[in-house]
Ligand binder design. Structure first.
Ligand SMILES: Cc1cc2nc3c(=O)[nH]c(=O)nc-3n(C[C@H](O)[C@H](O)[C@H](O)COP(=O)(O)OP(=O)(O)OC[C@H]3O[C@@H](n4cnc5c(N)ncnc54)[C@H](O)[C@@H]3O)c2cc1C
Length: 472
């Protein structure tokens, strides 16, 4: 089957009838009709439709001859990486970059695993061929994925391994029909609205029974998704369409069939696949491609607010907009440097330079919340004076249209723009977006540690050495 359409996506997820809990009740009926999921599933479906409506969203698979979504493409050249970026940005433009977990994210992760199988050759309790076959199956069927990597937050001390009450999902039995998994994992964004869930150990896991990589269908017996509160509100331009649900995932003796187990009880293999394989370079390239689009959207909202209330003459306002511009241009520069500075590995896979891309992701953790602060500062009371659409259609509507007017725009137009700004920077959805950009790829402290380890400093040190020698 080639790249799917939106209708096919919706039908597949509705048919699953997975075990999803929302506000104390199991969801029954069609998920695509539930208030918390309808908007985001429709947006996701539109992305699948774009694969058929726009140029260069698919490539022809050498093996099957079918048209496959480009996010499943293993890049063999810099042109391939650019092709990937263009496809990712086409999707991101559709949602302003607010869907961090549009399917290209996890398709990229799975593609990175498939391009790193050499790391598993000869490693005990790993199944590189099965992983390769699964990637091809996912690619041919255009599967969608959520993922859950992180252990519950019950004890983050360095001595947590002494804790007897393990909450993290772990292997409790090995049977003829598969691994038995018991425990919990977080935080599966889009949990329940994808075909499959990829379950992987935390980076840094030290316990064998908690080291694994597998994928199972979302409707697997014993698997439960527990949702947070929905941020969907009526009248909201973003949350009503792009609120990707986040879920805690519970494993009640879930049996993972052996054909879906790719690694188990091998700490070294899970760590090297994460750290030494293509996971980081491919994934950070996908992330920064999306973040550029999101940053440009934020710039568009901020400048529109400036124009709407005519504050562009003030120095500090120009300074704030310039701050966003600097961020946008820096992100783009880092993205292109990462793309162009890549290398071909022995297997002919083109790997973007992860360092500028990793720097971009790390910078975005602080840049994005700062942008939201700027939007709040520019908007001031306009972020609060937001009567509803119904108010505008009521008897007070005429007064509101006049008294809430902006510069050369009527009150309805001004409120529509400022409601967007509020949804982006102050609503539950907006606050979650800030939290997402800060944490989804790891907490800022760990990202800084990783960068410290990744970034070579030899050249800089040698220059200093040379400088000192020349002076002596
Ligand atoms: C909106 C959102 C969506 C997400 N979606 C997903 C998803 O789809 N799939 C998924 O797998 N994960 C997801 N995550 C989880 C994300 O990967 C984690 O939030 C991130 O890795 C940080 O881990 P944590 O939340 O457990 O924080 P913790 O590790 O518990 O950190 C809490 C605090 O303690 C500090 N701390 C903890 N340990 C140490 C240490 N060893 N040294 C120094 N300081 C430490 C941290 O710096 C931080 O300040 C999501 C997170 C968010 C917020």
């Amino acid at each position: 089957m080639p790249a799917i359409t939106g209708d096919e996506y919706i039908k597949r997820i509705d048919t699953l009838q997975s075990n999803i809990w929302y506000d104390g009740e199991r969801i029954t009926g069609k998920l695509s009709e539930h208030r918390a999921f309808a908007g985001v599933m429709k947006s996701q479906a539109a992305l699948y439709d774009l694969q058929h409506q726009k140029e260069n969203m698919t490539f022809t698979c050498e093996k099957s001859g079918t048209g496959i979504g480009v996010s499943y493409l293993i890049p063999r050249s810099v042109e391939d990486v650019k092709k990937r970026r263009e496809m990712i940005q086409e999707w991101a433009t559709h949602n302003g970059g607010f869907m961090g977990r549009s399917p290209d994210y996890m398709n990229t992760v799975l593609t990175s695993f498939a391009a790193s199988l050499d790391l598993l050759e000869g490693e005990k309790k790993t199944f590189p061929k099965k992983l390769r076959d699964f990637y091809e199956y996912a690619r041919e069927n255009d599967l969608s994925f959520t993922h859950t990597f992180i252990s519950p937050q019950s004890n983050r001390s360095k001595l947590a391994f002494l804790d007897d009450e393990v909450t993290n999902a772990r292997i409790v039995e090995k049977r003829d029909d598969g691994l038995v998994i018991r425990g919990a994992k977080l935080l599966a964004t889009q949990g329940g609205i994808t075909d499959e869930v990829i379950v992987y150990s935390n980076p840094g896991t030290a316990e064998e029974d908690q080291s694994y990589l597998f994928s199972i269908p979302t409707d697997t017996k014993g698997l439960t998704f527990v949702c947070r509160r929905s941020f969907v509100e009526s009248d909201t331009p973003l949350s009503s369409r792009f609120d990707e649900m986040d879920t805690v995932v519970l494993f009640e003796d879930v049996v993972v069939p052996w054909e879906r187990v790719f690694i188990y009880e091998n700490v070294r293999a899970v760590t090297s696949l994460y750290k030494e394989g293509k996971f980081i370079p491919f994934t950070v390239h996908q992330i920064v491609s999306r973040q550029v689009i999101k940053a440009e959207f934020v710039l568009g909202v901020a400048q529109s607010m400036v124009d709407m209330i005519n504050i562009g003459e003030y120095d500090h306002v120009q300074g704030k907009i310039a701050e966003i511009m600097r961020g946008v241009e820096s992100l783009k520069a880092l993205l292109y440097k990462g793309e162009g500075g890549g290398t071909l590995d022995e297997g002919g896979v083109y790997i973007p330079d992860p360092i500028p891309l990793y720097v971009a992701v790390s910078e975005f953790q602080a840049f994005y919340p700062r942008c939201m602060e700027i939007v709040q500062q520019l908007g001031a009371s306009g972020m609060i004076t937001l009567p509803s659409e119904r108010d505008f259609s009521s008897d007070v509507g005429e007064n509101l249209t006049f008294y809430l007017k902006g510069y050369e725009k009527n009150g309805k137009e001004k409120v529509a723009l400022f409601r967007l700004a509020w949804d982006m920077a102050m609503s539950g959805f907006g606050t979650r977006q800030m939290h997402y950009e800060r944490f989804f790829f790891g907490d800022p402290v760990k990202l800084a540690q990783n960068l410290y380890q990744m970034c070579p400093t030899e050249r800089a040190k040698n220059r200093v050495e040379q400088f000192l020698q020349e002076r002596s």
